[in-house]
Design a protein around this ligand. Structure first.
Ligand SMILES: [Zn+2]
Length: 171
């Protein structure tokens, strides 16, 4: 993963792009929050905005299985996010810009920027805080092997067991 570390200011200035596919094993923090999932398609593109501030555009797509907080059965979740980050030289300027524009997400210039850290942060922010089926029984019934008929005890087996108990009682 360390081979992906780069200078995010240079990346944006040179309008570089980076894209690929990440397995869940590449995203250890995300793996701790989901039942299953991946691969995640990611694309990062450097550029600038109309104020000539340097930017990073990140898009992420993938499929995850989350655990329903009510029935604990898997719940599908489609990740499809696109975020723009504006780069700043210091926190004071970043805070000021974020206060001026609610939609702005700031990042600091970093010579040793780890894009995987940003990818994981974005995925974790996108996951629902308390995932739950709209209707647990009907949504969970759509899952494979949830449709099997409930097991009823065989009436003859119950009878045989009862007879066995009675016989043992006689002795
Ligand atoms: Zn549920």
């Amino acid at each position: 993963m360390s081979d992906l570390i780069f200078d995010n200011g240079e990346f944006a200035r040179q309008q570089k792009t980076l894209h690929g596919e990440l397995a869940l094993a590449d995203l250890p923090r995300v793996a701790g929050e989901v039942l299953a999932g991946g691969p995640v398609q990611f694309a990062l593109a450097g550029g600038s905005d109309h104020y000539k501030r340097l930017t990073l555009d990140l898009s992420l797509k993938g499929h995850f299985e989350l655990s329903c907080r009510r029935c604990l059965k898997p719940m599908p979740f489609e990740l499809d996010v696109a975020s723009r980050f504006t780069l700043f030289a210091d926190e004071a300027r970043m805070d000021e810009a974020e206060a001026d524009d609610e939609d702005l997400e700031g990042l600091l210039f970093e010579r040793a920027f780890d894009p995987m850290n940003l990818v994981e942060d974005e995925i974790l922010l996108s996951l629902p805080f308390a995932p739950a089926h709209d209707s647990c029984e009907s949504d969970a019934a759509a899952a494979p092997d949830a449709g099997s008929t409930p097991q009823k005890p065989n009436p003859f087996a119950v009878l045989a067991e009862l007879k066995g108990k009675l016989k043992r009682g006689e002795q």
